[in-house]
Design a protein around this ligand. Sequence first.
Ligand SMILES: *[C@@H]1O[C@H](CO)[C@@H](O)[C@H](O)[C@H]1NC(C)=O
Ligand SMILES: *[C@@H]1O[C@H](CO)[C@@H](O)[C@H](O)[C@H]1NC(C)=O
Ligand SMILES: *[C@@H]1O[C@H](CO)[C@@H](O)[C@H](O)[C@H]1NC(C)=O
Length: 428
Amino acid sequence: MTRRRTSELGQKQGRASAFWGLNLALALALAGVPGVTALDNGLALTPTMGWLHWERFTCNVDCVEDPQNCISEQLFMQMAELMVSEGWKDAGYEYVCIDDCWLADERDENGRLVADPKRFPNGIHHLANFVHSKGLKLGIYQDVGNYTCAGYPGSFGYYDIDAKTFADWGVDLLKFDGCYANDFESLVEGYKYMSFALNQTGRSILYSCEWPLYSRPFQEPNYTEIRQYCNHWRNYDDIFDSWSSVKNILSWTASKQENLVPAAGPGGWNDPDMLVIGNFGLSWDQQVTQMALWAIMAAPLFMSNDLRHISPQSKALLQNKDVIAINQDPLGQQGYRLRKEDDFEVWERPLSDLAWAVAVLNHKELGGPRNYALSTNVLGKGLGCAPACNITQILPVKKELGLYEWLSQFKVRVNPTGTVLLKLQPFK
Ligand SMILES: *[C@@H]1O[C@H](CO)[C@@H](O)[C@H](O)[C@H]1NC(C)=O
Ligand SMILES: *[C@@H]1O[C@H](CO)[C@@H](O)[C@H](O)[C@H]1NC(C)=O
Ligand SMILES: *[C@@H]1O[C@H](CO)[C@@H](O)[C@H](O)[C@H]1NC(C)=O
């Protein structure tokens, strides 16, 4: 069986050499060290890691019927405590982030934002102090337009006041949404202005934008420009707790990778949205796929799950040190899809010390695990294993695959909708 697949692959490779030439050109084009200036606030030198309430807790404001799950200071305090006691902080997750629906319906008499007094009785400053006392950081949410997406007061017309309010409260990150901005001009100017307003506060506040997502209907985003103002930026639709959502984000990202990949680097990252691992919608193999590919994409890792109720298996995956090390690799180059054939996808990402991460995803939603054979000479721009490399399987379980010479073949066995993540290290 294996033998037959390998020889089939050999024949295909002969026929497909023109295709490979193109792919190699693409890989080289994507390889450039980001020559693009990042926002100069010293933050997000590696992708941001933390927890964000939106996907799991959405806009649940009913603390009477559902006190354990409503958006309230208690929810964030519980998450902050668990982040420390359950090893999340040690694994690198640092920012506890509030999304939409934290606000009262009106600003105060001085035009300052107010948290909902019932759900945040002690206010955001108090919550920030609590989060800081745990050695963690606090993230908050606002919107560039007249309202937040859920209809609370937006920041338009109040950028300076809101930036100052967040700084006074001790906020460490702002997620700035893009709803209710009527025109392209106000959207772009608003995102730039808030970046400036945050800087003017003198407090280091990480700036998470949705600028390209909302400006794309008007024109193709200019990532050189966006990178000068934002620490990361959402490009595509909100994630849902489903395989189709994860799959759409991956295929959209691959389709735009020639623009997206060169934009990423220390200080500024493409944000494919939250990790939904540990919830209801993804099978085990699909959770492995999300973790592996978010590492390949150098994505910010914001979990949106319930840290009070999470399976040991999902927790181990989210805290896996080897995958996190790939995500956080100091070289800071985003990976890309190298190949798509026979319902498999191969992605690769250059790492520091001439190492490479390689992910093989099996898209076939029929049958059982399938073998995929790879030639070492196609990985790492053809040189990942020249003259030889050590290959370690990182996911789904760690396993040493051994030493491979250039021009040798190896195979991986991948479950339907699952991923095998490998690390290639040059043999010295
Ligand atoms: C504000 O911007 C300047 C110049 O780009 C930079 O040197 C400084 O560190 C920034 N300050 C903050 C608080 O981000
Ligand atoms: C907010 O509303 C005002 C008044 O209707 C309008 O002039 C302005 O363009 C709106 N802002 C945005 C960003 O759409
Ligand atoms: C993109 O933005 C950069 C920096 O502001 C600018 O120099 C460049 O001309 C812009 N590119 C396009 C195609 O508009």
